[in-house]
Every structure is written in structure tokens, then in C-alpha cells.
Design a protein around this ligand. Structure first.
Ligand code: AMP
Ligand code: ZN
Length: 488
């Protein structure tokens, strides 16, 4: 895998280009991804982002990297939205249900964990919570005040963007310039505590009806939204790590402000590579709770949404997502899911033929080149749709071999089978159908056919016929040919 590893290129939002991936510490990858705010059940759009980073995690592991994957859970209230307004969505949900904030988070985290199992996501190395790291957040804010990049007003603390801009470039990730920002942001009014419109909250003084309140050097309050990710990424991955990811909508202000906080506190951008996954849309509009155009992942597999008139298996939905590059928008439509279902079945059927293919001395096509194309696709910024197209090419070859129109050697068949299974199951995270020959049935059939062969050699026709008739009753047809016995 060493030369494959060296070929990995990743699109870095920070530079706007694809760059060769060189880890900070040889063989080790530190990756932080912004996780969900668990005030409600994650929708399919949220899941697309987590499925895309699961694909990235899986491929890094497949290349042989030792990966520490940190994905947080936002469970602290007083979240600040993109307009800088405090919208404690968890507290709001808790009040409506007349329970505590963490009861809401606990309930929806159980759902989120279930969704990860259903959609076959690998568990991250750790899922730290914002409320479990209040002390670490306070310490970074203290450091920012000490360094002159934050100021205290009336029990709240704000990041000083103007002061920061004297030394660092604010807007390096999103490309937004402070004077352009001024035009699209409301003018500061007299009651504003902030010195400058682009300043953002690091700590907010508590309101009497806040659901979560902590003590701090500045009095009772709660942390701003961005500081939690700075605290948790630093704690688990250090001051400088390889990859920071999240949905495209987090680029500004969340990630821009994370960079500012990190540079202001410790003097460097936290991550070498910033990766952003694009949105799942419905009729061209981002799937979102606030637009009301969202679908829940479990509703889709139960077939109870208004969008689809039938259920779709999690495998099919995952396969559908893999047919779009993680940086592309993807529209969620019945036609696209039906097409994905057909494609998935076609691929599954071809893979199930693999153990039954006959082999000859030489292959009629370049098997190694086909396999190289799987790695090349994924090494090119995790290009799963190209990988899927190359897997369909493999499926075409498998069908042609089965029809006697192409040939394959025993060594090549072993290689093809190993790599096709690796890329479908391990990299794409697609679970193949159990009745397929590539699964548990194949070794059982090998055993049954060997026993039948032994019976035939001993001229025990009664046993041999009994096996054939028993298999036929189970829907498995066997054919005796000059190259041995095949089944379907
Ligand atoms: P939130 O719970 O709102 O913090 O979102 C959790 C993650 O889901 C973030 O990385 C968002 O960028 C991502 N996300 C939200 N809506 C969508 C969408 N429609 N498609 C893809 N990702 C999304
Ligand atoms: Zn974050």
C-alpha cells in the first residue's frame, strides 16, 4: 500500500487546490469533523455529510494509515447562528418537552447512534461533547484575552477581529474580506456590546432563563459556538493536525472563526487540510430543518415519506450517495434512488458470480489495470463516483467471463475478487446481499459440491441425486460441465 498512500491527493478548501497529502507524522492521520447539534433527530442531509466523512475515514484506513478520527457532539446551549444571534435550539427543545437540555441530547444521540449502525458508519475514535470540555474552552478564552485578541464586556467575552487582522488574515478560508462583510452585516446599534460588527462571542453572560449555565472567570454564562471545536480538536489531536472537515455550510463563520481562535491562541491554523462536504438538496434547495423540506433517515427505509412511494434499503441510499462526489451537490429524487437501486442490484449480482467463475491459464484483459483504476479514483480526492463507474466496468467483465466471452486466470480472479470486495464493502461501506455467492453461501456450496463429487466418484448415485434435488428445492440449480460443477 506504500506507493498507493503516496498517490493520495486531497482538495484543500484553504488553498482552493488539490494537494498531495503528506501527514504531519508519518503514517498517522489526525482528523476532526464537526458533528451534529442534537436538538432533534438528524435528517438525511446531516447523514450525507457524516457518510461522506465515513468514506474518507474508511479509505484512509484502507491505505494503511493509523487514523484518529474525532467527531464532536454539540450539546451545549447558547449556539450562535451565522447572523451572530444566540439561538439555543437545545434549550428551546428542552423547554418545549419540559425536560433538561441533556435529556434532549441523550434522546437524540441514541437515535444518531442507531442511524450510524443502520447506515453502516464506522465509529469515530472518540465522540467528545461540548459540555464535557467547558474548562478547556475557558482556558483558550483566557489565552486569547492574554494575547490581546479578546475583550470582556459586561460578563461576555468577544473575539477582537480588528486586532487579530493586524497580524493575521481574517477570511483566509472563506475568502470573505472584512470590508465586504461590513456591507452584508447589519450596522452595530447602540445596545451592541461588540466593538466591531465582525467580532463574535467566545463566552456569553447567562440570561436568567438559559437552560445551561456554567461558572467562569467572567461570571455565569455559556460558551460561544465556535470555541468548543477549538477546545476539543486541540485536546485530542494537538495544536496542529492533518484534516479538519465538516459540511460546506460551516465554512463561514464556524470554521473561519475556529481558525481565528486557534491562530490567536497558539499562533497557527489548526489543520493542514480543510475539507468541506457539499449539501443534500431537495428540488435544488438544501435539505434543512428550518426550510421544512427534510426527510428522516429511518422514514426513508420504512417507506413513510411523502417523497417516495416505496421504501429504500440503507445500502441503496448509501450507494446512491457514493455516486456523487463529496464536493458536489446531490439532489434527492425518487428517480435517482430507483436508478441507484437498479445499479446496486446489478453490481451485487455480478459480484455474486465471482466464486463460480471458471479460470484459464491467461486472462483476456488487464486485471491489474482495472484494480489500479479503483485506487486512482479514490486517490484523486476520494472520487467515489469514478470508483463506482470502475466497479461497474469490473461487473461488466465478470458477466462476460461468466458468458464465456472473456477469460481470467486463477491468480487474477483471486486478486479481482479481493479488491472488488475491499472497495465495495470496506471502502464504500456497502454490505453485499447475503444470498450472493460472494457471501456466506459460497463456502457452503463448495462443501456441498465436494461431497456430491465424492458420492459420484464412489458411484453413490442415490446420494448425489439427493443433493442435487435438495438444492433444486432450495432454488439452487447445479450444472455439470467439462470444467466442473457450477451453480446459480
Ligand atoms: P448541524 O446539526 O446543523 O450542526 O449539522 C451537522 C452537520 O450536517 C454539519 O456538518 C452540516 O454542515 C451538515 N448538514 C446540514 N444540512 C445538510 C445538508 N442538507 N446536506 C449535507 N450536510 C448537511
Ligand atoms: Zn465545529
Amino acid at each position: 500500500m506504500e506507493n498507493r498512500k503516496n498517490g493520495l491527493h486531497i482538495y484543500n478548501t484553504l488553498s482552493g487546490t488539490k494537494e498531495k497529502f503528506v501527514p504531519i507524522h508519518e503514517n498517522f492521520v489526525g482528523m476532526y469533523v464537526c458533528g451534529p447539534t442534537l436538538y432533534s433527530e438528524p435528517h438525511m442531509g446531516n447523514m450525507r455529510t457524516f457518510i461522506n466523512f465515513d468514506l474518507i475515514y474508511r479509505y484512509l484506513l484502507t491505505l494503511g494509515f493509523d487514523v484518529k478520527y474525532v467527531r464532536n457532539i454539540t450539546d451545549a446551549g447558547h449556539i450562535t447562528n451565522s447572523a451572530g444571534e444566540a439561538v439555543d435550539s437545545i434549550g428551546k427543545a428542552a423547554k418545549a418537552a419540559q425536560v433538561q437540555s441533556l435529556e434532549i441530547v441523550y434522546k437524540f444521540n441514541q437515535k444518531f447512534q442507531e442511524l450510524q449502525r443502520v447506515y453502516n458508519l464506522l465509529a469515530p475514535s472518540i465522540e467528545p461533547t461540548a459540555t464535557g470540555h467547558i474548562q478547556e474552552q475557558i482556558e483558550i478564552i483566557e489565552q486569547l484575552i492574554e494575547n490581546g485578541y479578546a475583550y470582556v464586556v459586561n460578563g461576555s467575552v468577544y473575539f477582537d477581529v480588528k486586532k487579530y487582522s493586524e497580524k493575521y488574515e481574517y477570511g483566509q478560508l472563506s475568502g470573505r474580506k472584512i470590508n465586504e462583510l461590513a456591507e452584508e452585516t447589519r450596522v452595530l446599534n447602540a445596545q451592541d456590546e461588540k466593538r466591531f460588527f465582525a467580532d463574535f462571542a467566545l463566552w456569553k453572560k447567562a440570561n436568567p432563563d438559559d437552560m445551561q449555565i456554567w461558572r467562569s472567570p467572567w461570571g455565569k454564562g455559556n460558551p460561544g459556538w465556535h470555541i468548543e471545536c477549538t477546545a476539543m480538536s486541540t485536546k485530542y489531536l494537538g495544536k496542529h493536525f492533518d484534516i479538519h472537515g465538516g459540511g460546506m455550510d460551516l465554512k463561514f463563520p464556524h470554521h473561519e472563526d475556529e481558525i481565528a481562535q486557534h491562530c490567536g491562541a497558539v499562533g497557527c491554523n489548526p489543520a493542514n487540510f480543510w475539507m468541506h462536504a457539499n449539501m443534500l438538496n431537495v428540488n435544488g434547495q438544501k435539505m434543512s430543518k428550518s426550510f421544512g423540506n427534510y426527510f428522516l433517515p429511518l422514514e426513508i427505509i420504512e417507506g413513510t415519506t411523502t417523497l417516495f412511494d416505496k421504501p429504500f434499503a440503507p445500502n441503496v441510499i448509501r450507494f446512491f450517495m457514493m455516486q456523487a462526489h463529496y464536493r458536489s451537490n446531490l439532489d434527492f429524487t425518487p428517480d435517482a434512488l430507483n436508478a441507484a437501486e437498479k445499479g446496486f442490484n446489478r453490481l451485487n449480482d455480478a459480484i455474486s458470480l465471482l466464486p463460480k467463475l471458471s479460470t484459464v491459464a491467461e486472462s483476456s484483459f488487464d486485471v491489474q489495470a482495472l484494480i489500479d483504476s479503483f485506487y486512482e479514483a479514490m486517490n484523486d480526492d476520494f472520487n467515489a463516483p469514478i470508483l463506482v463507474a470502475n466497479l461497474f466496468e469490473a461487473a461488466k467483465r465478470i458477466n462476460l467471463i461468466n458468458d464465456g466471452k472473456e477469460t481470467i486466470s486463477a491468480d487474477d480472479l483471486k486478486l479481482l475478487s479481493t479488491e472488488v470486495h475491499r472497495f465495495v464493502e470496506q471502502v464504500l461501506g456497502i454490505q453485499l446481499e447475503q444470498e450472493g455467492a460472494g457471501s456466506k453461501l459460497a463456502p457452503v456450496m463448495d462443501l456441498v459440491l465436494t461431497l456430491r463429487q465424492q458420492a459420484r466418484e464412489q458411484k453413490d448415485w442415490a446420494t448425489s441425486d439427493k443433493i442435487r434435488d435438495g438444492l433444486a428445492a432450495a432454488g439452487i440449480v447445479i450444472k455439470d460441465g467439462k470444467d466442473g460443477t457450477s451453480w446459480s
